[in-house]
Design a protein around this ligand. Sequence first.
Ligand SMILES: O=C(O)CCC(=O)CC(=O)O
Length: 270
Amino acid sequence: MSEAHPRKTVAVGDLALSYREAGTGPALVLLHGIGSNSGSWIHQLAALGADHRVIAWDAPGYGRSDPLANARPAPADYADHLAAALDALGIATADVVGHSFGALVAAAFARRHPARIGRLVLSHPAVGFGAAADAPLPEGAAARVRDLETLGPKGLAEKRAARTCGPHAAPEVIDLTRRVMGEIRPEGYRAANHLLARGDLLADLAGLDLPIRVMAGTADPITPEARCRDVAARLPGADYVDLGEVGHPSYAEVPERYNEALRRFLRRNR
Ligand SMILES: O=C(O)CCC(=O)CC(=O)O
């Protein structure tokens, strides 16, 4: 998968974090969803590397990245590891695209490291539940973890991956989604579900002076369109891009439309 952009590794404290990289230019960081990894971004690595240094990370516990020490991490744990990984890669500031769970990581990064983020794209954003560290997982997250425990990563992918896609998703998009979800590692997935519970996208972004674009589709069963529009409406200055009748992995279903919406936003001056 994504052989054109093989994984590399960077040391961040005690952890090794893996990522894929393409191109040179201003840094653009891609943060994947909870059922995904850096291999989901093949089209963005191929196209956006023409005018950016694109870094697609594997969140801790995904791809070849080591898991976090804390099994119930706070958003800050991911955000600070991302900041340290960018330090190690010599990147002072970056534009950031966070997809779904990745949007929560991006929001926590913006809150904790505001000087390091240029523009922010919230792609089909998860909003989080703002739960306490010791609270039980909300039902949706608990069901995902139960499926992983009973079915294993491949079974989880068989059951869930195709359902995330829109009605017009090509077979190769469904295959990609299934393959990537089948690479889930239990520690990373459980921890990410805890982040989903603890995260609070709107609270993290409140009061930050940051250009924000929210993008989503009308056929997404995971992060519904109405909620994504509501996120944009609640963030002063954010705009909203309707990607059309696409499901959750819009970056793979309509990569040209997705990349063009990113490019148009990234060309804006701050
Ligand atoms: O909720 C699920 O079953 C899958 C969610 C998902 O795939 C999110 C993502 O990776 O973007």
